[in-house]
Each structure stands twice: as structure tokens, then as C-alpha cells.
Design a protein around this ligand. Structure first.
Ligand SMILES: [Zn+2]
Length: 464
């Protein structure tokens, strides 16, 4: 009876038509086919949130044939007549939603799925996609290899920023984190690696299947699958953290192991400054195919195209806090990843007898005024310059200026509190400035405006 009274009060108060019958909300819509990032408007989608990707991949390096099945668990954020997933260059043969065959169209990298009945707002649903094709060597708009990169002896992935869609159907925006399971089937002798922990491995009929489980929610640009001539080795980090390394048999394995052996000490060093390592495992993939020419901080398992040097390993490890755990909502804030990882590299370098961050700053500051370091804006570099030197170096210099402005103690507190933020709440530069202002009690607007958003070489900061 109380509910009836409540209902009549509601109708009187609204003065409008009686409340809609249960389950009939606003008319369902077609979910957006873009995720809202101005740098990559086609990446990502709207209207739902993914909880888990289960990717079942069968791959043969010799033919580059990929046969795959994705099971995606998601939740509707609005009533949906249709929704979209990002998937490029591969062919889709069937789509099911909650077990029922669904209609779909696939063009321009958008897989638009129409379930037999609209999805209600807040409904949990499961999408199954059968797909596959012959993989290639996709490149981003700057020409750098990314996504699923095929080589004669295997393949590895480097998704950042929007290359995940070259190998699985995905809501390809950093803010939609999800858990992952990778089941990768390869010819005997080839080893497959994913994020997280190896939970199963079995061989039959000349093929071996590896299952990797990544329970810590991760952004799609940090999902990884690598297949190659790897040797798996294990190590232990602080608190018994499992470390699983995959080193290509064709690289200088002694050199690789020598640098990877420093990972536990690096983790301990960063834990002292940034708080506990945020995930349930760590490790590295060192591949002999060095053509991509970069390393990428895939969550729990960075990948290196060739044997990395020590500062690169320190950089990718630091990203586990800065980027992987604390993740920018928009790509324009990429300096929150790269400036911080570069600064962390400086801290590690100093601890091993290298230059101090101030010396690193001084050296970079000596760069002539006409250099690109001063023309690219770290706080909004544009999609073509997301990985320009300025984003890394001038980004790290911004942190050093912050340090000299607010003092060592306040700076250390800011870094620790920033790294301690909730992994599921994407961030922007304004959030960082607000934290630094709150901790220091100083107005830092001019500092950030000058160092992140103003073209030209800034005046030398006043000595602390
Ligand atoms: Zn980086």
C-alpha cells in the first residue's frame, strides 16, 4: 500500500501522463559509432560498457591465417536498437547476442550489430563474434606499424592508440576497461603470450593452446597477444609478485636476461615512490623483430622490439602506474603517460648513479629555441605528434618545474597520490593540476599553461 500512495503522489507531482509501464522506457536508439575522442573520432563506440573480452585465437605464422572467436560481456548504458564494435581488416562470419543470431553490417571498421530484440538500458548482454582473415602489417596515420603486426615467425601487437581493432572486435577507447582471457592456439614450437598469467597449456594434433588470464581491468590499447619463438622464464618481484618473461630464442638472450633481471629491484624502487605495484603479475616480451622500433607498456607485460636497454624497461614499468592504472580519458592528455614515465626513468637513472632529474632538465633545457621540443605542445600535441619528443621530454620537464616550485616533499606526495587514484576513473590534466594545487596550496595555473600549452621555449624557471 505504501507503494500505491507513492505512485499517486508521483503522478500528482509530475502532472504528466502516468508513469510508463515497466520495461518501456525511452525508445531504444542506435548506439554511437564513435567514442568521442577528437583525435580518433571513429575509435570506440557509445551506449554500452564492456566487462570482459574472451578472445579465442587460432594463428599460423607461416600463412598469417587468423581464425578467431570473441565473446564479449557488456552492459547497456541506454536502450539499444543496435550497437557498434570496432574491427578492421578482418571478415566477420557470424554474430550472436545472448545466443541468438543477430543482424550485422561491417564496413569502414565498424561492425554494427542489431540484436533480434532491442537491449534494455542496464541489461547485461553477451556478444559472440566469429571472424578471421589473413593478417598483415597495419600502420597508424604516422606510418608506424601497430595493431597485429605479422612476421614470418609470429606476430605481436602494439595497439596504442587505436590498433586493437586490427585483431578483435572492441570498444576501442581507453576509458572502457575490461578483464581479458586469451586462448591462443599455435603450431607446436610457437609460443603464445598474453597479458596476465598463464593458466593452461596443452598440445594436441600438432598445435599447442596457451590460455592467459588478465583479471585486472585494462584499456584496449594495453591488450596484447604475441606469438613467436619465445622461451618463457619466471622471476619473483616484491611480495611474491609473479614475473613471466618471454624472450625470443633469436635475440641475445643473455643480454635480455641481464636487463630483465633488474625488474624486481625496479618494482621495489617505484613502490617506494608511487605505492604498491597495481596488478597481479608483470613481465616482458622481447621479440627479435625490431622493425616496429618501439616498446609498449602493455598492462602487466610490456613488449620490446629487440633487446631493450635498462632505461626503456624502467620507462615501461613506470607506465604500469602512469597510464595503465591511472589512465587518461582523452588522447590529448598523453603527457600524463609519457611525461611521467620519462620522469620515472630519470628517477631510476639517478638511483643507479646517473644524472639527477635537475641535470636531465638542464640538459634538455639547453635545446635551441627553434627545436621541435618547443613547438609541439605536450598538453595537446595533436594525433600526429602524440609520441613526439616534446610529449616525453617537455612533459617530464614540466614535472621537474613543478618539483622546484612546490618543493621535494610536496612533489613526492603529489606523485604518490596521483599514482594511488582509482584505476576505473579516467583522468585529465585538470585533475592533476587540481591535486598539485591542493597538496601544495599554490596556484599552478601559469606553470601548467606555460609548460604544456604555450608554444615556444619557456623562460628559465626561477631557482628553488
Ligand atoms: Zn612511454
Amino acid at each position: 500500500m505504501a507503494t500505491l500512495v507513492g505512485a499517486s503522489v508521483l503522478v500528482l507531482a509530475s502532472g504528466a501522463a502516468p508513469a510508463a509501464a515497466e520495461g518501456v522506457g525511452p525508445a531504444p536508439v542506435d548506439g554511437a559509432t564513435g567514442g568521442g575522442d577528437p583525435y580518433f573520432p571513429a575509435a570506440g563506440n557509445g551506449g554500452y560498457d564492456v566487462a570482459h573480452y574472451d578472445l579465442d585465437l587460432s594463428y599460423t605464422p607461416q600463412t598469417r591465417a587468423l581464425t578467431a572467436h570473441a565473446t564479449i560481456e557488456a552492459r547497456a548504458l541506454q536502450g539499444l536498437r543496435s550497437f557498434s564494435l570496432d574491427l578492421r581488416d578482418l571478415d566477420v562470419s557470424a554474430v550472436r547476442v545472448d545466443g541468438a543470431a543477430a543482424g550485422f553490417t561491417h564496413r569502414g571498421g565498424e561492425l554494427v550489430v542489431t540484436p533480434v530484440a532491442p537491449l534494455r538500458k542496464r541489461a547485461r548482454f553477451v556478444v559472440d563474434v566469429d571472424y578471421g582473415g589473413t593478417t598483415g602489417q597495419p600502420a597508424d596515420p604516422t606510418g608506424a606499424l601497430y595493431g597485429w603486426i605479422s612476421f614470418p615467425d609470429g606476430a605481436f601487437t602494439g595497439n596504442e592508440p587505436d590498433g586493437a581493432s586490427t585483431w578483435y572486435p572492441v570498444n576501442d577507447i581507453p576509458s572502457d576497461k575490461a578483464g581479458y582471457t586469451f586462448t591462443v592456439d599455435v603450431p607446436d614450437g610457437t609460443v603464445a603470450v598474453g597479458n596476465g598469467k598463464l593458466t593452461d597449456q596443452k598440445s594436441a594434433g600438432g598445435r599447442t593452446t596457451y590460455r592467459w588470464q588478465a583479471d585486472d581491468p585494462q584499456a584496449s590499447y594495453l591488450a596484447m597477444a604475441a606469438t613467436g619463438n619465445y622461451v618463457l622464464t619466471t622471476d619473483r618481484g616484491p611480495h611474491g609478485l609473479p614475473i613471466i618473461n618471454a624472450v625470443d630464442a633469436d635475440v641475445d638472450r643473455a643480454a635480455a636476461q641481464a636487463v630483465l633481471a633488474k625488474q624486481p629491484a625496479m618494482i621495489a624502487f617505484y613502490e617506494d615512490r608511487f605505492g604498491r605495484y597495481p596488478f597481479g603479475s608483470f613481465g616482458a616480451v622481447v621479440d627479435d623483430n625490431d622493425e616496429p622500433g618501439y616498446a609498449l607498456e602493455n598492462q602487466t607485460r610490456p613488449i620490446y622490439a629487440g633487446v631493450p636497454d635498462e632505461s626503456t624497461v624502467a620507462h615501461e614499468l613506470a607506465h604500469q602506474w602512469f597510464g595503465d592504472k591511472v589512465t587518461p580519458r582523452l588522447w590529448k592528455d598523453i603527457w600524463l603517460n609519457e611525461g611521467f614515465a620519462t620522469y620515472a626513468e630519470w628517477l631510476w637513472g639517478e638511483s643507479t648513479g646517473g644524472p639527477s632529474p635537475q641535470q636531465q632538465f638542464d640538459q634538455a633545457y639547453a635545446t635551441p629555441a627553434g627545436d621541435e621540443l618547443w613547438s609541439v605542445l605536450p598538453g595537446d600535441p595533436g594525433p600526429a605528434d602524440m609520441f613526439a619528443t616534446a610529449v616525453y621530454q617537455r612533459g617530464a620537464m614540466t614535472l621537474q618545474v613543478l618539483r622546484t616550485t612546490i618543493g621535494d616533499d610536496a612533489f613526492a606526495k603529489v606523485l604518490r597520490q596521483w599514482a594511488g587514484r582509482d584505476r576505473d576513473r579516467p583522468v585529465g590534466t585538470d585533475d592533476f593540476r587540481a591535486l598539485a594545487e591542493q597538496v601544495s596550496g599554490k596556484d599552478l595555473d601559469a606553470l601548467f599553461r606555460t609548460w604544456l600549452y604555450t608554444p615556444g621555449k619557456p623562460a628559465a624557471p626561477a631557482p628553488a
